[in-house]
Design a protein around this ligand. Sequence first.
Ligand code: CP3
Length: 354
Amino acid sequence: MSVAAQAAAAPSKTILRALAGEALPTPPIWMMRQAGRYLPEYRATRVQAGDFLSLCYNPELAAEVTLQPIRRYGFDGAILFADILLVPQALGADLWFVTGEGPRLSTITDRSGVDALKTVDAIHDTLSPIYETVKILSRELPAETTLIGFAGAPWTVATYMIAGRGTPDQGPAHAMREGEPEAFDALIDRITEATIEYLSMQIEAGAEVVKIFDSWAGSLKGDAFRRYALEPAKRITAALNDRHPGIPVIAFPREAGEGYIGFARATGADCVALDNSVSPDWAAEHVQVDGCVQGNLASKHMVTGGQALIDETRAIVRAFRKGPHIFNLGHGIPPDADPENVALMIETVRGCRD
Ligand code: CP3
């Protein structure tokens, strides 16, 4: 490639540069759940939409809430506003949200439940408004802001489809994995295929990066971690790389602990997102050696603020500064966070050049 062609091919947006392996003097920033209930403007738009799912399926309003934190804070990345549980719904599960409690779904307990799901081709009937949201965002976002699409990882999505709700230990999913391995594998396969199609459509609509959320990866150990966290992430990443070369993938095997080591190499992901149960110094040594990392400030600092927020933020920036890093929280920002603390975090990261 000529120098001019290389320069033309090199990304200019900071998040894409970090994902391509560049160590930047100031890490780019975005935040999981950055469009959410801690923001009064989000709460107002949610009322206008009626309820959470109506907001997800309304492209104009979903784009509006995605843009709100960009306008307020100037984050370097915008994450599509949607939910990981829209894929089960598109596959035919009933889905509703109970205020103050969380999601509820119809349950899958055996092979007949898996066989009753819709085919992967059918998911776009339900999910097409989401692609429309992505299209609006790719037109309306500032030129320097990276548009991030996402989906849940098969294991995490399966835990909700099997139990019909969030569970503290993912017991029902583990029971099906052990008791009905064939049905369980068929479910993981169906979700994996649907996820590939869903993310592929987000990319075609304008997503520049995709992130795979495996919130419950930490409850898989040993061979089960390899089969149900690592392998599906690898399959999804390979299929997307094949169809959409150059679109980076961020994997988030939350609470994987030592499972973070080598995860990017083994799956082909361009970046591993870290929760805050691992120290930044440990992760710089063991995980960042393979490429870009994202994270990992404890979300509670968005509630408590003060000097502890400043000290922790600086420690994270310093620990990761020799390699590619995207600053983020270790998990979503809580609804009782103070919007002023988000501003303080951003100011601290951007003022941290010494
Ligand atoms: O990060 C973002 O801002 C993008 C949008 C997004 C949402 N959920 C919006 C949302 C993303 C990426 C998700 C991912 C998601 N959803 C995960 C994986 C990440 C994680 O948090 O572990 C999971 C497990 C879900 C399922 C889900 N959705 C739960 C368990 C809940 C209820 C918990 C809660 O916070 O109330 C949701 C609802 C949800 N998804 C909200 C938002 C902004 C709150 C809905 C509201 O407005 O009441």
